[in-house]
Ligand binder design. Structure first.
Ligand SMILES: [Mn+2]
Length: 328
């Protein structure tokens, strides 16, 4: 029988190498919380040495599951959780460091003080680490170069280039927990019951941040807020040598358009397509629409429309998603 406030920390791993071990070590060394487990979901991984997990120090706290194919972040997390497994989830990139011992206490307190919150993002401090970690080697703290903060992501329509369709909020808006549009992935705290009720991440949305945005947009419209908890900090490594999960514009275009098709008004579906077309992504829009057409967006839209408590006018106005209509 698990404790009422049991926390499951999920680490999807696709070719993270030594950083997986450093992340696990950082969690084990810096977590005072009494009831937690780590669940590693290796997917499509051809690079990481998982043999360290056989040591006794890890066996008590860490569970490991491996699938051959790369699943992407959202589907890895969906596979790693099931109803009744925990009260709270932490979804963490497998290249993170935990600076404070009370991080889980503070996280759980935030989720308990805000019982409708679907998701909480901590203060994410990006860092660069330029030296290669040798197999079994330690991290040199003096080489951790702290860079920028990230608190949440907000749609910003339109945009000057593709990176700006979603805008990272790099400054905290308050010193206590506050509402924001969406998390950016990297480090996510979620209430298990709501995550299960919402069916987890959209399995058709892949890569980078769109799966987290999709989840938050859906949750907001169903009446479950997303919060930033700036009093909890996670260090997240900014990779300089490429990404474990392949980043492609097609995934971003598809993810955002699919969210628009499922949850937004037809006018905003058209607007999202136009935004991408204006930036020369005709081919991606076409491929994304083909992919959406093969999926089940219409049934999902019908269910969402039946259950939602807010429409997209409310959402866009709440987060001041700016839509420019002139000049098209
Ligand atoms: Mn990452």
């Amino acid at each position: 029988m698990k404790a009422d406030r049991h926390v499951k920390i999920v680490l999807p791993c696709c070719n993270e190498g030594e950083w997986l071990r450093l992340t696990v070590d950082s969690i084990l060394e810096h977590t005072d919380y009494p009831s937690f487990e780590i669940f590693i979901l290796a997917n499509g991984d051809r690079k990481t040495d998982f043999s360290f997990l056989r040591k006794a120090a890890y066996r008590k706290r860490v569970r490991f599951k491996r699938v051959a194919e790369p699943l992407g972040v959202g589907n890895s997390i969906n596979r790693a959780v099931w109803p009744g497994d925990a009260a709270y989830y932490v979804f963490l990139d497998a290249h993170c460091l935990i600076p404070d011992h009370d991080w889980l206490q503070k996280t759980v307190r935030c989720l308990e003080e805000h019982p409708r919150a679907s998701m909480v993002q901590p203060e994410v401090l990006g860092f660069v680490y330029r030296k290669k970690i040798e197999p079994g080697g330690a991290l040199e703290p003096s080489l951790v170069e702290e860079k920028d903060f990230a608190y949440s992501i907000r749609w910003a329509w339109p945009y000057r280039d593709l990176s700006e369709i979603s805008e990272v909020q790099a400054h905290r808006k308050s010193n206590v927990a506050y509402q924001a549009m969406a998390g950016g992935g990297m480090a996510v705290f979620a209430r298990a019951a709501i995550f299960q009720r919402l069916g987890g991440y959209d399995p058709e949305v892949a890569g980078w941040y769109p799966e987290t945005m999709d989840y938050c947009v859906r949750a907001w419209m169903l009446g479950y807020p997303m919060l930033v908890e700036p009093r909890v900090r996670i260090l997240h490594r900014l990779k300089s040598e490429g990404y474990g999960y392949e980043k492609s514009y097609l995934d971003v275009v598809h993810g955002i358009l699919r969210t628009a098709y499922k949850y937004l008004s037809p006018r905003r579906q058209d607007l999202a397509e136009t935004l991408f077309r204006k930036h020369g992504l005709e081919l991606e829009v076409k491929q994304a629409k083909d992919r959406i057409g093969r999926g089940r967006w219409l049934e999902e839209r019908a269910v969402h429309q039946r259950d939602r408590v807010h429409d997209d006018d409310w959402l866009f106005s709440k987060f001041q998603v700016y839509e420019e209509r002139s000049g098209w």
